[in-house]
Ligand binder design. Structure first.
Ligand SMILES: Cc1cc2nc3c(=O)[nH]c(=O)nc-3n(C[C@H](O)[C@H](O)[C@H](O)COP(=O)(O)O)c2cc1C
Length: 401
């Protein structure tokens, strides 16, 4: 079977099907399976510490000799470090902590009443919570190895990516820095950026990326206010010569064919690849995905502080009802992480059912990722290989009536 567009040449892949970077879901096994099937597997490395990311890249290379990518976040709105975010009066205290090896963490910047409200919620729903150490001691992990969505953490991830000369880098939020792109190009790297609005696409184009993902509101994860059908052609128009990938609700061959019709050169697909044995999410969430319908998702700031689409459950509904107010990124992750970790460990789908897009209602089985690629390909080719497959459509350019 053949389905090629110019981005296949750009990324040295067989088919214009990309596994979307999905934090907490797309690890080496899933990325390698998609690459081995002829698409481009992309590691969802947003929350990987530098040493974990290093391990992931090495492991991915051991599972595939084909190109793959790494996706991280580069939000402009976050500070370089927890210290920078701390109010001036706390800075002396922060540096005292640094001197003793602990370093001020983001946790110290979250109002105590928010943490108490979170703990009350956990107790009310009987979600086990990890007790704090009685001596109040903090983690001995160096700040570089702490998962905190601050500039220094993101910069340390980029260093690892550059060291490895990873074939493709994708920025899930923000624009890759110019010096990073310049050094990466010397190693043959290619660069992608995700746009949820045409204004983001303009910034990415000016920043020198090789391709732009147009991700509409239907998609799982950080969310755009614009529908996919409206967004893709508008991003195509501002992207000029830069190829665009369609994303957000693209879940089967009909979605890929539609994205191509809208001017995209391929698709960046997340949710469909969650219901695979290779996806690194708990089994209970895979079962939930198969059962879920189109209206079962909610856009909520309850996980990272930025609006993200996920399956409805107790934690995001708490915020929907206004019982808790989300803090901005990077602080909200400090609040949510213990809830999500405990819910996942105890398979509590009433509390948290995971991140996914509105296309979830199209998923009815768990199949290997390589088979997903093959199915997507076959469905797309069947639709595009001859206009007569569009049942009921009559059109003839030369006819007058
Ligand atoms: C479980 C999950 C986690 C995600 N995590 C990230 C992430 O860490 N970084 C990112 O750029 N996008 C993330 N996304 C968004 C995807 O990259 C992609 O844009 C989206 O999944 C496309 O829409 P779809 O889910 O309808 O296919 C995530 C999506 C899902 C479903």
């Amino acid at each position: 079977m053949r389905l090629r567009t110019p981005i296949c040449e750009l990324f040295s892949i067989d088919y214009p099907i990309l596994l979307a970077g999905m934090g907490g879901a797309a690890g080496p096994e899933l990325a390698a399976a998609v690459s081995n099937a002829g698409g481009l597997g992309v590691l969802g490395a947003a929350a990987c510490t530098p040493s974990q990311l290093d391990e992931w890249i090495v492991r991915t290379r051991s599972l595939t000799d084909r190109p793959f990518g790494v996706d991280t976040l580069l939000p402009l709105s976050v500070p370089r470090s927890a210290q920078e975010l701390a109010p001036a009066r706390d800075r002396a205290w922060s540096s005292e902590q640094s001197a003793t090896g602990g370093g001020a963490g983001l946790r110290d910047l979250v109002p105590a009443e928010v943490l108490e409200a979170r703990d009350r919620f956990m107790d009310e729903v009987e979600l086990p919570r990890r007790k704090r150490r009685p001596d109040g001691a903090r983690s001995k992990r160096p700040s570089r190895e702490r998962v905190e969505f601050v500039g220094d953490f993101f910069a340390a991830q980029l260093d690892v990516i550059l060291d490895h000369g990873v074939p493709v880098y994708a920025a899930g939020l923000g624009v890759p820095p110019a010096d990073f792109i310049e050094k990466g190009r010397q190693k043959g790297m290619k660069f992608l950026g995700v746009a949820g609005q045409s204004r983001h696409a303009e910034k990415l184009a000016a920043g020198g990326v090789d391709a732009i993902v147009a991700q509409g509101t239907d998609g799982g994860g950080h969310n755009s206010p614009i529908g996919t059908l409206a967004l893709i052609p508008q991003v195509v128009d501002v992207a000029g010569d830069i190829p665009v990938l369609g994303a957000g609700g693209v879940t089967d061959g009909r979605g890929i064919a539609a994205a191509l019709m809208l001017g995209a050169q391929g698709a960046w697909i997340g949710t469909r690849f969650l219901a695979t044995p290779e996806a690194d999410i708990p089994d209970y969430q895979k079962t939930e995905l198969i059962a879920a319908r189109d209206r079962d998702t909610i856009v909520s700031r309850s996980v990272t502080g930025k609006p993200a689409r996920m399956l409805r459950a107790g934690w995001p509904e708490l915020y929907e009802r206004g019982e808790l107010e989300a803090l901005p990124m990077p602080l909200q992750s400090v609040v949510s992480t213990p809830v999500l970790a405990s819910a996942q460990a105890h398979e509590r789908s009433d509390v948290y059912r995971g991140i996914c897009g509105q296309g979830v209602g199209l998923i009815d089985s768990l199949i290997p990722a390589g088979e997903v690629v093959q199915r997507l390909l076959a469905e797309t080719v069947e639709l595009l290989d001859g206009i007569e497959t569009l049942d009921g459509v009559e059109c003839d350019h030369s006819a007058s009536a």
